[in-house]
Design a protein around this ligand. Structure first.
Ligand SMILES: Cc1cc2nc3c(=O)[nH]c(=O)nc-3n(C[C@H](O)[C@H](O)[C@H](O)COP(=O)(O)OP(=O)(O)OC[C@H]3O[C@@H](n4cnc5c(N)ncnc54)[C@H](O)[C@@H]3O)c2cc1C
Length: 274
């Protein structure tokens, strides 16, 4: 079979297809041929990856890679919205210790570890590693590991979909559940998102519950007793919080608004007296 055209692209993965789309949009009369050796498109890496829209955090700020990654993520989301393709802004949550930056991964049962130099210098991007999360944590459908904090040599993480909190050995990734309870018995923090620890206090921000729960932790970090369920008219789906100046400050993600316009107001809510 002989076919002629103005241009041929070899390979029907995302790079070939995106190039073909951009070229045909820019030049509608272009006769473009896409050659793919497999019987279907996207049969290799494009169809077998982790499905993450990367945000650019692993690249040097301001570098070409970081800028194209941020721009690419924005355009990917726009493309999905235009074509009715569902995507989820599940995100990664990051905590830094003196030795490393740790990020949770909601889809793959692992932690991402970015080792830091003696003065907190960032390593080359290729030096980032992963450790498998093991022990008592088991991933299931939905958002798994989400918020992360560091306390007494342990990483604390919350598993959003099951509402469980774990302490994790930062070396081995071994997770042990912290048994949460209230006066009635076992307690879960479904929709747990950002978490903060100060002394014996643990705060869990529960996004779609519009609530921050606080617990008193025991010395071994094996159990926590509910001390407060804070609701506020100022909450608009808070997703994380930080302790500062004696109070907790919760960041409202505004997931209550679908397709937020650029001028949608965002604010931080002060949760006093914890
Ligand atoms: C394990 C893993 C996880 C990843 N996770 C992510 C992620 O979460 N997010 C992200 O953004 N990126 C991720 N990536 C990277 C991303 O998947 C790749 O960068 C991207 O898919 C590459 O697209 P591509 O079109 O260059 O390659 P491919 O998808 O491999 O496409 C190349 C195409 O060319 C065809 N081809 C090859 N030779 C010929 C030939 N001679 N004639 C005709 N056709 C030919 C192949 O059949 C194939 O269809 C991941 C990669 C891996 C390996």
């Amino acid at each position: 079979m002989t076919q002629s055209g103005d241009l041929a692209i070899i390979g029907g993965g995302i790079v070939g297809l995106a190039t073909a789309l951009a070229l045909t949009e820019a030049h509608p009369r272009l006769r473009l041929i896409l050659l793919e050796k497999e019987p279907q498109l996207a049969g290799h890496q494009t169809g077998h990856n982790s499905g993450v829209i990367h945000s650019g955090i692993y690249y040097k700020p301001g570098s070409l890679k970081a800028r194209t990654c941020v721009d690419g993520a924005r355009r990917m989301k726009q493309f999905c919205d235009t074509h009715g393709i569902k995507w989820e802004g599940c995100g990664k949550v990051i905590v830094a210790t003196d030795e490393a930056v740790y990020a949770t991964d909601s889809n793959i049962q692992q932690l991402i570890v970015i080792p830091l130099g003696p003065n907190g210098e960032l390593p080359a991007p290729g030096d980032a590693t992963t450790i498998e999360l093991g022990g008592e944590i088991h991933y299931t459908d939905g958002f798994n590991a989400n918020g992360i904090a560091f306390a007494r040599g342990w990483l604390l993480i919350v598993q959003s979909n099951l509402g469980l909190v774990f302490k994790v050995d930062p070396e081995s990734g071994e997770a042990t559940q912290i048994e949460l309870s209230d006066a009635a018995g076992d307690y879960t923090v479904v929709n747990g998102d950002g978490i903060e620890v100060r002394g014996n206090s643990l705060a869990v921000v529960r996004n779609f519950n519009n609530e921050v729960d606080t617990f008193k932790l025991n010395g071994q970090l094996t159990a926590g007793v509910l001390t407060d369920q804070i609701e506020s008219s100022g909450f608009a789906i808070p997703t994380t919080a930080t302790w500062a100046a004696g109070d907790l400050w919760a960041v409202n993600a505004r997931f209550d608004v679908q397709n937020p316009p650029p001028d949608l107001p965002y604010w931080i809510t002060r949760v006093p007296g914890l």
